[in-house]
Design a binder for this molecule. Structure first.
Ligand SMILES: Cc1ncc(COP(=O)(O)O)c(C=O)c1O
Length: 406
C-alpha cells in the first residue's frame, strides 16, 4: 500500500542529514539532480559486491545473473511507465543522449523545408540537437511562446502546424517555470496531423508516475539522476518498428548480428541502440528508484511539495523587488525568481553560506531567458523529501540577502 509520511521519508535519504559548515543542508536544487534513497545506493553496492560481470556475452554464472538483473530492470521500468506493447525502452546516458539519438534516427526522414515545432520553454537538450539537424537538412524550427502566467500558449502552438510539419518536440514539465504541459492533448493534436512527437519527461517523472500509454507520444525521454537514481543512465521509449528501421546511432559490440570483413548486420532493438557495455549498475539503480517511487502515495506527496512551493512563493513575493516566474495552474514545485537588488549568482552565494543549495543562472534555457527578458533567475526546486524547516531556513537566508543588498 503506497504511503507518504513527510517526516520519515527524509530518513530514506542519507545525504539529507549532512551539515554544511555546521548548518543543516537545505537541498533545494532538485531540478538539477535529486538525492538518492538508501535502497538505490544499496542496490548498486549489492550489484558490485555480489553480481558484477559483463552482460549478454558470458556463459558463466555471474554474467547470467548480471544479464538477468539488467533485463529485469528494463522490464520493470516498462511496466512502471506502462510503455505500450508497440514501443521499446532503450537504456541511454540520459535525456540529452536520448534526444540526440532520435534526431540521428530522423535525419534521413526529413527534407529541406520540413518543419519542427518546439516551445520556448525547452531545455537546451531539446533545442540544440534539433538546431543541428535543421542546419544539416535545411529544416525550419518554429517556437511557440507563453501566456503571461508561464503556461504554454496552446493556441499559438497549434497555429504553428501546417502541411510541412513533421515533428513536434516539447517538454512535459518546464525546468524553469515548473509548468506542466497537457502532453496527452498535444500528442493527440499532432498525431491527427501525422506529426511525430517527442516528449521530454526529465522534469515530470521526479514528481510522480507517468503513464506513457496516456501520454501517447512517439518518443519519451528522461534521465535517471533526476528520478532519485544514479547519473549516466536514462531511457528513451520509442516505437519498435521505427527504431528497427532507423540507422544505428553507435556501432560496435553487442549490437551486431554478424560481422565479417565485408560488412555487418545489426540486431533489433533494444540491442541495436545499446552498443558496447552499457551502464549495468545504473540500470539496476534506476529500476530500484522506480520501485521506491511506487511505494509513495503521490497525491499526498504532491499536496506536500505544492504546499512548500506555494508558501515559499507567497513569502518571497512579500519582499520588495522580488519577481516570481511561472504561475501556471498546473505546475510542479519549482520556484524561479529574480531579486531586483542582486544578481542571482550573489543570491545563490549568500544562500550557500546558510547551507541552502539553490540553482542560479540560465538553467540551460537561454531562449526562455531571452523571451522573459532576464539574464538569469534563481531557482528553488522542491520535492517530496523537503520540509517546512527547509522553507523557513531558505526564507531566513533570503532575509540575509535583503539585509546585504536591499
Ligand atoms: C527539462 C529537461 N530536459 C533535459 C534535461 C537534460 O538532462 P540530462 O542533462 O540529464 O541529459 C534537463 C536537465 O536539466 C531538463 O531539466
Amino acid at each position: 500500500m503506497p504511503s507518504f509520511d513527510p517526516v520519515s521519508v527524509r530518513a530514506d535519504f542519507p545525504i539529507l542529514s549532512r551539515e554544511i559548515d555546521g548548518k543543516p543542508l537545505v537541498y533545494l536544487d532538485n531540478g538539477a539532480t535529486t538525492q538518492k534513497p538508501r535502497c538505490v545506493i544499496d542496490s548498486m553496492s549489492r550489484f558490485f559486491s555480489r553480481e558484477n560481470a559483463n552482460i549478454h556475452r558470458g556463459v558463466h554464472y555471474l554474467s547470467r545473473e548480471a544479464t538477468d538483473a539488467y533485463e529485469k530492470a528494463r522490464e520493470s521500468l516498462k511496466e512502471a511507465l506502462r510503455v505500450p506493447a508497440s514501443h521499446e525502452l532503450l537504456f541511454v546516458r540520459g535525456a540529452t543522449e536520448a534526444i540526440n539519438l532520435v534526431t540521428h534516427c530522423l535525419a534521413g526522414e526529413l527534407h529541406e523545408g520540413d518543419e519542427i515545432v518546439l516551445t520556448i520553454m525547452e531545455h537546451h537538450a531539446n533545442i540544440v540537437p534539433w538546431q543541428v539537424l535543421a542546419k544539416e537538412r535545411g529544416l525550419r524550427l518554429r517556437f511557440a511562446g507563453l501566456r503571461d502566467n508561464g503556461e504554454l500558449d496552446l493556441e499559438e502552438w497549434r497555429s504553428l502546424f501546417n502541411e510541412r510539419t513533421r515533428v513536434a518536440a516539447f517538454t512535459h514539465v518546464s525546468n524553469v517555470l515548473g509548468t506542466r504541459n497537457p502532453v496527452g492533448d498535444m500528442t493527440a493534436y499532432a498525431r491527427k496531423r501525422g506529426v511525430l512527437t517527442l516528449v521530454d519527461g526529465a522534469q515530470a517523472l521526479p514528481h510522480g508516475p507517468v503513464d506513457l500509454g496516456a501520454v501517447g507520444s512517439d518518443f519519451y525521454v528522461f534521465s535517471g539522476h533526476k528520478v532519485y537514481a544514479p547519473d549516466g543512465v536514462g531511457a528513451l521509449c520509442g516505437p519498435r518498428d521505427f527504431l528497427n528501421a532507423a540507422p544505428p546511432y553507435q556501432t560496435g559490440g553487442d549490437m551486431i548480428e554478424q560481422v565479417s570483413i565485408e560488412g555487418t548486420t545489426f540486431r533489433a532493438v533494444p540491442e541495436r541502440f545499446e552498443a558496447g557495455t552499457p551502464n549495468i549498475s545504473g540500470a539496476i539503480g534506476l529500476a530500484e528508484a522506480f520501485r521506491y517511487m511506487a511505494g509513495i502515495d503521490w497525491p499526498a506527496a504532491h499536496a506536500h511539495e505544492e504546499e512548500l512551493a506555494a508558501h515559499a512563493t507567497r513569502e518571497l513575493e512579500k519582499i520588495p523587488g522580488i519577481r516570481v516566474f511561472g504561475k501556471a495552474p498546473d505546475k510542479v514545485a519549482i520556484v524561479s525568481f529574480l531579486y531586483a537588488a542582486a544578481h542571482p549568482h550573489d543570491v545563490g552565494t549568500i544562500l550557500d553560506t546558510e547551507g541552502v543549495a539553490i540553482r542560479v543562472g540560465h538553467h540551460c534555457a537561454q531562449p526562455l531567458m531571452q523571451y522573459l527578458e532576464v539574464p538569469a533567475t534563481a531557482r528553488a526546486s522542491f520535492t517530496f523529501y523537503n520540509n517546512h524547516d527547509d522553507v523557513e531556513i531558505f526564507l531566513r537566508a533570503m532575509k540575509k540577502v535583503v539585509r546585504f543588498f536591499g
